[in-house]
Ligand binder design. Structure first.
Ligand SMILES: Nc1ncnc2c1ncn2[C@@H]1O[C@H](COP(=O)(O)O)[C@@H](OP(=O)(O)O)[C@H]1O
Ligand SMILES: [Mg+2]
Length: 273
């Protein structure tokens, strides 16, 4: 399905309206609940979920919606979906609670398991990244919209690699992988912003050797692939696909501009540990 300019504008505007609701809550004292999986939930997660679900139902009533906050849909049902909206209404809830601004609203269109269109919006940063695998990737700030693309991995004499990692969910395999890399600089960041940094050429690698779910990555994966990069299963180095199984858990993965033997070697060694 092609997302034409009119639909894209309506989607982008709808995401901004959801973002305004999130910010209203962010600026107050808000309560935090704990979900069954022990992860935190705020009123902002639910307000954004409702705003984005209403928006998508209105704009494309025939396309099913799967949200982190409404995900009890059996695989037998989802298997029959040729396309669907996959949303994470508030990614980086821990960062939202810490009030460090590193959280995002995420909307992806997934076709046959492949994220083909995505919007990632960071309310506090007043920045939106969007990507359409047919048309490229773009970043919108208060200064306007610009096309973005991944950068090539620096050569030995070309400066340090920029490696981005989670602010709140580190892991031993991540540390082992980084230990095997050439000299590099590490940047910590919450939420799907990490994938956007690779998409815009501000970072080279985001090794996620720790659990995430499909809604955490789908929108930003569309942005990364539209920007010329890849989101690869850390074991098989095949692109990540959604909706292939009952569980929503992603395999460990690597976000990169392109495959490169220099990091693939470090990855193989770290996964053997
Ligand atoms: N053990 C686990 N299982 C599944 N997903 C996990 C997880 N630990 C963290 N995550 C996911 O990682 C996301 C945060 O990523 P990061 O650490 O890069 O900021 C969380 O998104 P939410 O904030 O939407 O719940 C959550 O979905
Ligand atoms: Mg999330």
């Amino acid at each position: 399905m092609t997302i034409d300019e009119t639909l894209r504008h309506e989607l982008l505007e709808g995401v901004l309206r959801a973002s305004a609701k999130v910010l209203e809550i962010y600026e107050q004292d808000f309560g935090v609940e704990t979900k069954a999986d022990d992860s935190p939930l705020t009123q902002a997660d639910m307000a954004s979920h409702r705003a984005l679900s209403d928006l998508l139902e209105r704009l494309t009533p025939d396309i099913p919606i799967l949200s982190e906050e409404s995900n009890d849909i059996p695989f037998a049902t989802r298997q029959g979906w040729a396309r669907y909206w996959l949303i994470d209404p508030l990614d980086g809830t821990k960062e939202f609670i810490k009030k460090n601004g590193e959280f995002t609203l995420n909307v992806a269109l997934v076709e046959q398991g492949v994220p083909v269109f995505g919007i990632v919006h960071a309310p506090v940063l007043q920045t939106t990244w969007w990507g359409d695998v047919q048309n490229g990737a773009f970043k919108i700030t208060t200064a306007g919209e610009q096309r973005i693309c991944v950068r090539s991995l620096p050569e030995a004499d070309g400066g340090a690699w920029q490696v981005v990692g989670s602010r709140s969910h580190g892991s031993e395999p991540f540390e082992a992988f980084c230990a095997g890399l050439p000299p590099h600089e590490r940047v910590s960041m919450g939420s799907s912003l990490k994938l956007c940094l690779v998409a815009e050429g501000a970072a080279d690698l985001y090794p996620r050797l720790a659990p995430t779910c499909e809604w955490d990555t789908a929108a930003a994966q569309a942005v990364v692939t539209a920007a010329g990069g890849e989101v690869l299963d850390a074991d098989t180095l095949a692109p990540l696909r959604c909706n292939q199984k009952e569980s929503y858990l992603n395999p460990f993965f690597i976000v990169c501009g392109q495959r490169d033997e220099r990091w693939e070697r470090a990855l193989r060694a770290s996964l053997k540990l």
